[in-house]
Write a protein that binds this ligand. Structure first.
Ligand code: GLA
Length: 486
């Protein structure tokens, strides 16, 4: 009974703590049983001494790095507290840790979304051909596993009984047939809606129809739903309520449906997305097929800006999503190219950089090529099937890489991996070839007394062992990638 009351209390814990104690960390965290877990804690106060109370068995506090780490064996819901002491004043933050082998999204999805190049043409034939292509060109074998329809799959209006309907011309056999096809190919099937009356492109949204929609999606065998936020009130509180309604509706149906939140980072969904029932959330406006797309658009440069300071909020089943990848578009996307007029797309180095960063960040990844145009080249496929990079994106500890240094010309990230290895990236933001030096005193994951084995992740080649620092050359807008192990 006591256990039940405690569990109920936890379930109704307030979404946002009332007084700001300066701690900046995820409050609802997830792990799989026996998989190494990591929870990074930050404070806005440089003099705060951070500590921890009541850790479950298997977890330890790493005081040097301010993080919780370890493995929990038994599935369950656990709590512990993070403490922050400033000038003798102690404040606390309650953390809820769910350890389960049935998490909605233990690893970020690797998939395809129809919007960028297909828009309102999305159809049964297009979805099926993407599933076929994933199998035929080796993407599926490399880990690409989810095919999702974006906006405009819908009929002009709902059925008379309020149920959602797909466009009858483009989906003559209904959506269950499409889902069955994608599932038979070993992949997950997703679709799109909006937390308002209308979607961004004007189709019907799910507001007020959450339960009916969730039931119908379950009957169609849908696995994941991207929920947009056009035509909805701007306040954070309302967004939380609206997404929570969808999250609750998805939980209440017979089939597990994953909630993918898309409100473009405007209301900081990394602070409340997991509490609302989401497993990932967009952090920016729509990505464009461009290195930089200011003003008004998100190129690779702007994605870095959106992601670099929110790493501690990402983790297993709570991923920061940097939006669709433009690899394979080559300037031929529709909306992905509309803001940057005359855009020929990106160079191969720039596409490779986008993929490398999404892997470093453990961001969900959705390709967005048009299967009718077949613009994916051999070079694109080489990038997208690099197993060393995919292993970073799919690392079971789910850590987003931390920014370790940033100048106008070089940006470096370090990513903790489940087996104790550390991945390093350096991106050249400038227009000329540069030499970059990784300085281990700036990377808390390293012991500066130790020597590390080093692998180049683009080539797979083992390099000489390194200690304390190492230097590398990096082409303009390219990214060098390394994996270091003891
Ligand atoms: C918004 C989203 C995009 C896409 C379109 C569809 O702009 O951010 O990813 O879903 O709507 O209309």
């Amino acid at each position: 009974m006591k256990g039940l009351i405690y569990t109920l209390l936890l379930l109704f814990m307030p979404l946002v703590a009332s007084a700001d104690n300066g701690l900046r960390c995820a409050k609802n965290v997830f792990s799989q049983p026996n998989v190494r877990f990591m929870h990074k804690i930050k404070s806005i106060h440089s003099d705060a001494v951070i500590g921890v109370k009541g850790l479950p068995n298997g977890l330890q506090w790493n005081a040097r790095r301010n993080l919780v780490e370890g493995k929990v064996k038994t599935p369950g819901i656990y709590t512990y507290s993070i403490t922050s002491t400033i000038k003798g004043q102690v404040s606390e933050e309650q953390i809820r840790l769910t350890v389960s082998d049935k998490l909605a999204m233990p690893l970020p999805f690797m998939g395809w979304l129809s919007w960028n190049s297909v828009e309102g043409d999305v159809s049964e034939a297009i979805v099926k051909s993407v599933a076929d292509m994933f199998r035929a060109n080796g993407l599926y074998q490399a880990g690409w596993n989810t095919v999702m329809m974006d906006d405009l799959w819908q009929a002009r209006k709902r059925a008379d009984d309020g149920k959602p309907l797909p466009d009858p011309k483009r989906f003559p056999n209904g959506l269950r047939t499409v889902a069955d096809y994608v599932h038979a190919k070993g992949m997950k099937f997703g679709l799109y809606t909006d937390a308002a009356n209308k979607t961004c492109a004007g189709a019907f949204g799910s507001y007020g129809y959450e339960q009916i929609d969730a039931e119908q999606y379950a009957q169609w065998d849908v696995d994941i739903v991207k929920c947009d936020y056009c035509h909805a009130p701007t306040e954070q509180d309302t967004a939380i309520v609206r997404y929570r309604r969808l999250g609750d509706a998805f939980k209440a149906v017979a089939r597990p449906i994953t909630l993918y939140i898309c409100e473009w980072g405007d209301r900081k969904p990394w602070l409340w997305g997991a509490e609302a029932g989401g497993s990932c959330w967009r952090v920016s406006a729509d990505v464009r097929d461009r290195w930089t797309c200011e003003p008004g658009g998100t190129g690779v440069v702007e994605s870095i800006k959106a992601m670099k300071d929110i790493a501690q909020y990402s983790g297993v089943n709570r991923f920061n999503d940097a939006d669709m990848l433009c690899t394979g578009l080559h300037g031929k996307g529709k909306s992905s190219n509309d803001l940057c007029f005359g855009s020929p797309g990106m160079t191969q180095d720039e596409y490779a950089t986008q993929f490398a960063l999404w892997c470093m960040w453990s961001s969900p990844m959705a390709l967005s090529f048009d299967p009718r145009a077949n613009t994916l080249t051999k070079e694109d496929l080489k990038i997208l099937t690099n197993r060393h990079l995919i292993a970073l994106n799919q690392d079971r500890m789910g850590q987003q890489a931390d920014l370790i240094s940033e100048t106008d010309s070089l940006v470096m990230f370090a990513k903790d991996l489940e087996n104790g290895d550390v991945a390093l990236s350096v991106t050249n933001m400038s227009g000329k070839l540069l030499e970059a030096t990784f300085d281990f005193t700036q990377i808390p994951a390293f012991d500066t007394n130790k020597r590390y084995q080093c692998r180049d992740l683009w080539t797979g080649e083992k390099l000489s062992a390194v200690k304390q620092s190492f230097a590398t050359k990096v082409r303009p807008h390219a990214t060098r990638m390394f994996r270091l192990s003891e």
